[in-house]
Design a protein around this ligand. Structure first.
Ligand SMILES: NC(=O)c1ccc[n+]([C@@H]2O[C@H](COP(=O)([O-])OP(=O)(O)OC[C@H]3O[C@@H](n4cnc5c(N)ncnc54)[C@H](O)[C@@H]3O)[C@@H](O)[C@H]2O)c1
Ligand SMILES: [Zn+2]
Length: 356
């Protein structure tokens, strides 16, 4: 299937075979050196196919990091800078980030800051990174438990989306990434929300990925620095991020990002019903659908103080108030709602009561 390229701010998101698209891109450029950043898993599952196809044509070095969010930190980033230095990367070098959001976020941050910024290209290999981390220009690393604490807004030269990488991605990761797709439907496109109910997780329709990228792109190009409507993308994330951070610190098998966001979307739909016109039937529809996809996870009521502390710490807040995007209906949303601590906890209890 030939999917049209999506034009973002100064770069394109292209869809298709990664090797072909990469060769195509590099033929038009003249880089002094090329580096692939991979993690343990993309080194095994994604890099070999590309290496086979570009063998000999494109000399490059590989920088490999351990997989996992716990590695998206300054120590690993320093390691990447040092490797770039050791391999002789100069201002005319290119970093190709081949991996999930951890690799694309940290690789783009490393590139955006190395020698005051060198070019980088994104090849996202998880569903989440394809539909979300791929566009918008946010780069970053975590500091302790605070996600994306340090970063920049820097755009890649291009983004290559090859849905075939998803074939080796564990199903749990696919379903986690699907949460962002649900979010895209809920915030701006009811028809899309209805269509994605028929998704087949073992064989994701590339059209779904394309539509999600298009939605995210529309929003971020209208508001690149998150002054206004980009905040729509935070739907489900105010509460979801706090639950994710808490789970990372306390659970043996912590929630994945999308699993936490799914909970956040239910809680914030409850708030939407209470404060932003979301009708009861649509609230039920959202809850039923999300609960049919995601595992049952009860939020520990002992965590409530910590969750509120995480929410208050959220860098998206202004004037110490906890900021929400809420739904007016499925497919329409409004930014900048503020809810009290009691209301927020009530919404989490609402979610907990839905869990058997
Ligand atoms: N910049 C942005 O706008 C933005 C948006 C959303 C999320 N993010 C960031 O993205 C990160 C989460 O991304 P993620 O969910 O992709 O996590 P991830 O990068 O940790 O990838 C998840 C797991 O899948 C493995 N993997 C990746 N591709 C694979 C493949 N094709 N086959 C088999 N295994 C594969 C990885 O090694 C990892 O173990 C978070 O750090 C989040 O903050 C950034
Ligand atoms: Zn998210």
């Amino acid at each position: 299937m030939n999917l049209q390229a999506i034009q973002s701010s100064g770069y394109e998101v292209v869809f298709g075979d990664a090797s072909e698209l990469l060769i195509d891109f590099l033929q038009k450029r003249n880089y002094s050196k090329i580096f692939f950043l991979v993690d343990t898993n993309t080194s095994e599952h994604c890099y070999p196919g590309i290496a086979l196809n570009i063998a000999g044509d494109i000399p490059h070095d590989i920088i490999e990091i351990d997989n996992g969010e716990e590695n998206k930190n300054i120590d690993i980033c320093i390691g990447i800078w040092k490797m770039l230095l050791d391999f002789g990367a100069d201002r005319k070098s290119l970093v190709i980030n081949l991996g999930g959001g951890v690799v694309t976020d940290m690789g783009s941050f490393a590139a955006a800051t190395y020698k005051r910024g060198i070019d980088f290209l994104q090849i996202p290999t998880t569903l989440l990174s394809q539909v979300d981390a791929s566009v918008g220009g946010k780069t970053g690393i975590d500091v302790d438990a605070v996600k994306n604490m340090v970063g920049t807004f820097t755009n890649p030269q291009t983004v290559i989306i090859d849905p075939s990488f998803l074939l080796t991605l564990p199903k749990r990761e696919i379903i986690s990434g699907f949460a962002e797709i649900i979010k895209h439907g809920l915030i701006v496109d009811k028809e899309y929300f209805n269509a994605i109910k028929f998704i087949i997780f073992d064989d994701i329709d590339p059209l779904i990925i394309h539509r999600s990228v298009a939605i995210k792109n529309e929003v971020v190009t209208a508001d690149p620095h998150e002054k206004n409507i980009r905040k729509k993308l935070n739907y489900g994330h105010t509460i979801g991020h706090a639950i994710e951070s808490y789970s990372l610190q306390h659970d043996k098998n912590p929630l994945l990002h999308g699993e936490a966001i799914a909970i956040g979307m239910i809680a914030e739909s409850y708030l939407s019903h209470k404060f932003a016109d979301l009708q009861q039937e649509e609230l039920n529809e959202i809850c039923d659908f999300i609960l049919s996809v995601y595992p049952s996870y009860k939020v520990d009521e002992n965590s409530f103080d910590d969750l509120l502390a995480f929410m208050k710490n959220d860098k998206k807040n202004e004037d110490d108030k906890i900021n929400f995007t809420l739904l007016n209906s499925i497919g329409t949303s409004t930014i900048n709602y503020y809810c009290s601590e009691e209301e927020i906890l009530e919404s989490i209890k609402f979610y907990n009561n839905l869990i058997k």
